[in-house]
Structures are given as structure tokens and as C-alpha cells.
Write a new protein. Structure first.
Length: 375
């Protein structure tokens, strides 16, 4: 399992490490905010388009080859910019990294489910989410240190070595998991399965959690600066958010496996805590920011392992890759949609109302989950 946890760390560290570092100081390739936005969108755009495709491929040829191929491709894409330090190759490297992560991320999720019995899926996905959260936390911090020490090329070099190392580790330690025979599936069959509440409910919760995390990381520092707080205080708030999410995920997974928590109850509670956290972000000053970060982190930490465990439990084993790829697509849409909603409302009113708008959307999801649970 450890190489799979390392793969989760790699995709999170690669995404946030570079995203946080691209605009941190003047880079030759980042000449405007429009260029910066395009570079950031390349990674997420590739994931939105390709994750379902690579998830389906993992079901067809086996998750292990797709995992290894994605990790090797990630290392090669990262090395491109190290060797050819130019603006054009930065765009190519960023696109290549996103495409590669689209391959090994859903494959790793599918293998987590295949290599663990159903009774331990909560623990497995909790641990997987924990190491991803560590990657999200360390990405901006360690990425900034690397860029300060040796520029953007040093960060890409570290990512190339990381991708190659994890690929070699996975090749040695991850067992061969052959694809399972499956009945022929039509487009209508796929549409029915993806429209089933057993898929939609956890995927929607995962999308809401990702939207809240993205908004917390991106906009809580803006609230801090507006309140006259320094970078240390606002940075601490973001660390509280990521740290709470990382700590809660394994515990939520254990509680699910031990029968102390059900999926429906956990997802509803997670959505309610996340919505409350976003509402607390409307409060002025450091206290509101810290409470918002803590509650949002705890809520998303509940949702993530329970959501993936629910998807694994409701999916035929031979379709796990496809399901995980589609679920990851939902998360990416949340990752993009949350900030867009908050920014759109904030541009018309204030950031306070932007937080409130997302809190209302997530809270509506919690109400729907609680109403469904009572039926």
C-alpha cells in the first residue's frame, strides 16, 4: 500500500507545489496574470478531460500498468522543463504532468480498493487521503523553499526524481492485479450507473469537499490580508485547514470499518461541518478565519474517505477504475467550481457573501443527505 500512498502524495504535491510557486516571484514564463491562469488551468484541464478515460483503461488492461505508466510520464514531463528551460517547455511540462496525473491518480484509487477487503476500505482510503493531504500541505511550503533555493527548475527536478522513485517502488512492491472479465457495457448502461444515487451522492459530497478546500486555501488568506493580518497568521490558517483534514481522514475510515459511523451519517455530518466552516469565514478577524479553517478541514476530512469507500462498495470490482475516474472528474469540477462561485459572487458584492454563497450550496447538500437518510 505504501507506494500507492506515495502516488497520492505525488499528485497532490505536484499540483499545489507548482501552483503556489508559479506566481510567487517573477518567472520568465509568467508574464501576466492571464498567463499564470493558463498555466494553472492546464493541469486541472487535463485531469478533467482524461481521468475518466484513464480510469476506463485501467479496467481494461489492469490498474497497475496505468499507474506505472502515469508515474513514468509524470517524471518525464517534469524533466522536460529541467532540460529545456524555456516558456514553451513550461507549458508542455505542465500539460504533461496533468495528463500523467490523470492516469496514475484514479489507478491508485482503484488499486487501494482492489488490494483491500471491503471491511477495510475505510481505513485504506483514510490513509490514502491522509498522505494526499500531506502533499497538499507540503506542496506550497516545500515548493516555495525549493524555488527560493534554485528556481522553478529545481522544483521540477525534485518532482522528476519523486515520480521516477515512486514508479520504481510501485513496480517492485505493487502486485499484479489482472483485469476482471466484465459484461459488455453500452453508453446507456454507463449513464444509468453514473446517474444512480449510489454514485451521485458520494461524488457530489466529494465535489463539495474539494470546492471548500480549494476556496479555503485560495480565499482565507485574502480575508486575512483584508483584516490586516500578516502572512504568518494567514499561512497558519491554511495549515490548520489541511492539518485537520489530514488528521481526521484515517480516524473517519477506522470509524466506518468498525461500524461506529455509517456512510450516510458521516457524509451528512461532513457536509454540515463544512458548510458551518464556510459560514464562519464570514466572521471578521483571525478568530473567524481559524474556526472556519478548522471546521472546514474536519468536515472535508470526514467526507473524503467515506465518499471513496462508498463508491468502492457500490461499484462492481471490474468497473472500479471507471468509477474512480468519473468520481475524480467530479472532484476536479468542484475544485474549479467552488472558487469560481465565490469569486463571481465576491465580484458583485464582497468576499463575505462569496463564502456565504458556497456555504449555502454545501449546506443544501447536507440537508438533502439528512432528508434522504430519514427515508
Amino acid at each position: 500500500m505504501w507506494p500507492l500512498y506515495a502516488a497520492g502524495f505525488t499528485t497532490a504535491f505536484g499540483a499545489h507545489g507548482i501552483a503556489a510557486s508559479l506566481g510567487a516571484r517573477a518567472q520568465g514564463a509568467v508574464t501576466s496574470l492571464l498567463v499564470l491562469g493558463g498555466l494553472l488551468a492546464l493541469y486541472d484541464g487535463a485531469e478533467v478531460l482524461l481521468k475518466p478515460l484513464f480510469g476506463t483503461l485501467a479496467d481494461r488492461v489492469g490498474a497497475r500498468p496505468v499507474l506505472l505508466g502515469g508515474l513514468v510520464a509524470f517524471a518525464v514531463a517534469s524533466a522536460l522543463y529541467v532540460v529545456a528551460d524555456s516558456p514553451g517547455w513550461l507549458w508542455a511540462a505542465r500539460l504533461g504532468q496533468g495528463a500523467a496525473a490523470s492516469a496514475f491518480s484514479p489507478s491508485a484509487s482503484a488499486l487501494v480498493a482492489r488490494l483491500n477487503p471491503a471491511a477495510k476500505h475505510g481505513r485504506a482510503f483514510g490513509s490514502y487521503g491522509f498522505y494526499k493531504s500531506i502533499g497538499y500541505t507540503l506542496g506550497p511550503l516545500l515548493g516555495g523553499v525549493l524555488v527560493w533555493a534554485g528556481g522553478l527548475r529545481l522544483l521540477f527536478a525534485v518532482l522528476a526524481v519523486l515520480g521516477a522513485t515512486v514508479a520504481a517502488w510501485a513496480a517492485l512492491a505493487v502486485p499484479v492485479v489482472p483485469p476482471l472479465p466484465k459484461a459488455r457495457q453500452t453508453v446507456l448502461d454507463l449513464a444509468r450507473r453514473l446517474a444512480d444515487p449510489a454514485f451521485l451522492a458520494p461524488t457530489s459530497a466529494l465535489a463539495a469537499a474539494t470546492a471548500a478546500l480549494s476556496v479555503g486555501v485560495g480565499f482565507l488568506p485574502v480575508s486575512g490580508r483584508a483584516a490586516g493580518l500578516g502572512t504568518v497568521a494567514t499561512g497558519a490558517a491554511v495549515s490548520v485547514l489541511a492539518g485537520c483534514a489530514a488528521v481526521v481522514q484515517p480516524r473517519a475510515g477506522h470509524a466506518l470499518d468498525d461500524g461506529r459511523l455509517t456512510t450516510r451519517t458521516g457524509l451528512a455530518a461532513g457536509l454540515l461541518l463544512t458548510a458551518t466552516g464556510l459560514a464562519c469565514a464570514m466572521l471578521p478577524g483571525l478568530t473567524g478565519i481559524l474556526i472556519a479553517a478548522a471546521l472546514t478541514g474536519i468536515g472535508t476530512g470526514l467526507i473524503t474517505p467515506l465518499g471513496f469507500a462508498a463508491l468502492a462498495a457500490s461499484t462492481p470490482v471490474e468497473r472500479l477504475g471507471q468509477t474512480m475516474g468519473a468520481a475524480e472528474l467530479g472532484r476536479e469540477l468542484g475544485d474549479a467550481g467552488g472558487p469560481l462561485l465565490v469569486a463571481g459572487v465576491a465580484s458583485l458584492t464582497t468576499l463575505t457573501y462569496g463564502f456565504g454563497a458556497l456555504a449555502a450550496v454545501v449546506g443544501a447538500g447536507a440537508v438533502a443527505a439528512l432528508a434522504h437518510r430519514r427515508r
